[in-house]
Design a protein around this ligand. Structure first.
Ligand SMILES: [Zn+2]
Length: 426
């Protein structure tokens, strides 16, 4: 029995690999029509087996920025019907174009994730992320609608309005960033609105890297099942999802091909080895992308899932770090996202959702510093001392924690508040 399963798995995997090789070659041909890849490749590459992909150059965010605006466009503009951009907060945004075919195939692929979350024609989903240039909201909306579900595209609204919509339309599925979940929870508590007045069953928490601890907390606060969902504008939104059955991060690998590389030397890593996630689109027509360095750290749990609900998929670990974010301090590894979550969960509603974690390059001269603003004014000193002890226990590092006025973080409207303003490595 075990042997026949293994044989079946091997055969199925071989067939899948052949299909992937075919799709990669087809994507290479389309990509070669763009200025970006014509310049990068010089000659059209072709692979005969999956391992051949190692010979193909990687694509970086900087490559895309340099090719702004049309360098990565592989089709005539008359075929383009939609465009989205990355946030562009740290420089020029990167663009992703979509033809009619792209907008049929992309959402069709992502709908597999939504169906797995349990979304069907009876579901009511409120999407609390920015519509417009951000690709996540619109493309996921198309995918959810293709399952016949109701989507309330509330986007960015004052929190009172979001809550009113949740209540009035009996929303069972909420989509937001982890920081927005906490912000919304604070609002419910402050306004004496019981969680039970909402009909929420599940929460899709995405758009920011967050820890398992934060995931568990959101699940407990809202009494819902929480799912992680990963994607990026440059490749496609929503392409990696948390399977409700096995809990693994399943890759929609008929649509994208994942690899894990050593971020330092670019070598492909084996199953279980942690490294940078690299993605190749397999069916994009307007903006195909080859071996894109996502900057996100993860590892491959298995190349072929045997779970009935994500059978055959590549399964990844949850993404909890970025290549450029990990800080090494006196031999200790500090992950700002985990640190942020520790601070937020420890201080709870005593703190405004604004923190700055400041790490100097000369770590032996300057201690890592955390700047935050607290709501209370009477026992702030003891809160900060308790937080310092808590972080020392968790990380082994004594942080300098400073209270700053709320206005320190500038004029940010409450709906757009971010938990971490930025991590400064200067
Ligand atoms: Zn599964």
């Amino acid at each position: 029995m075990v042997q026949s399963y293994l044989l079946m798995k091997e055969k199925a995997k071989e067939a899948k690999d052949r299909q992937t090789v075919k799709a990669i070659n087809s994507t290479l041909r389309i990509a070669f029509l763009s200025k970006l890849y014509r310049t990068k490749f010089k000659i059209l590459p072709k692979i005969s087996k999956l391992s051949g992909i190692q010979q193909i150059p990687l694509t970086t965010k900087n490559d895309l920025r340099k090719s702004y605006p049309y360098g990565n466009l592989a089709t005539d503009f008359s075929k383009v019907i939609e465009m989205h951009t990355s946030s562009g907060t740290t420089g020029r945004p990167t663009l992703s174009f979509y033809t009619k075919k792209d907008l049929e195939e992309g959402p069709k692929a992502i709908s597999i994730a939504w169906a797995n979350f349990g979304i069907n024609n009876k579901s009511r989903v409120q999407f609390m992320m920015s519509y417009g240039l951000f690709s996540g909201a619109m493309l996921n909306t198309y995918a959810i609608q293709s399952l016949g579900a109701f989507v309330l595209p509330s986007g960015i609204q004052p929190t009172a309005k979001q809550v009113q919509l949740l209540q009035e339309f009996g929303i069972d599925t909420m989509v937001a960033t982890p920081s927005y979940y906490l912000h919304l929870y604070d609002h419910l508590i402050q306004n004496n609105i019981p969680i039970k007045s909402l009909k929420l069953k599940r929460g899709i928490v995405a758009g920011e890297v967050y820890s398992d601890k934060m995931k568990k907390k959101i699940s407990e606060l809202f009494c819902i099942k929480v799912f992680d969902h990963y994607g990026l504008c440059e490749v496609n939104t929503g392409i990696i999802y948390e399977c409700k059955t096995c809990g693994g991060m399943a890759v929609l690998d008929e649509y994208v091909y994942p690899e894990i590389i050593n971020p330092t030397n670019g070598k492909i890593l084996k199953e279980g080895q942690e490294g940078e996630l690299v993605l190749t689109s397999l069916h994009k027509e307007a903006s195909p992308i080859i071996r894109y360095r996502t900057g996100d750290i993860t590892s491959i749990k298995t190349f072929f899932s045997k779970c009935p609900n994500c059978y055959g998929s590549v399964i990844l670990e949850r993404i909890k770090a970025r290549c450029d974010s990990t800080i090494f301090y006196k031999g200790l590894k500090l992950e700002p996202f985990e640190l942020r979550d520790e601070i937020v969960l420890f201080t709870g509603d005593k703190m405004y959702n604004r923190i700055k974690i400041q790490i100097s390059e000369d770590l032996f001269k300057e201690k890592p510093k955390i700047l935050l603003s607290l709501k209370s004014s009477t026992n702030n000193k003891s809160i900060l001392r308790a937080l310092q002890n808590h972080l020392r226990e968790k990380t082994g590092v004594t942080f300098l924690i400073e209270e700053v006025p709320y206005s320190y973080f500038g004029d940010v409207t409450s709906t757009k508040e971010k938990i971490v303003e930025y991590v400064d490595k200067k």
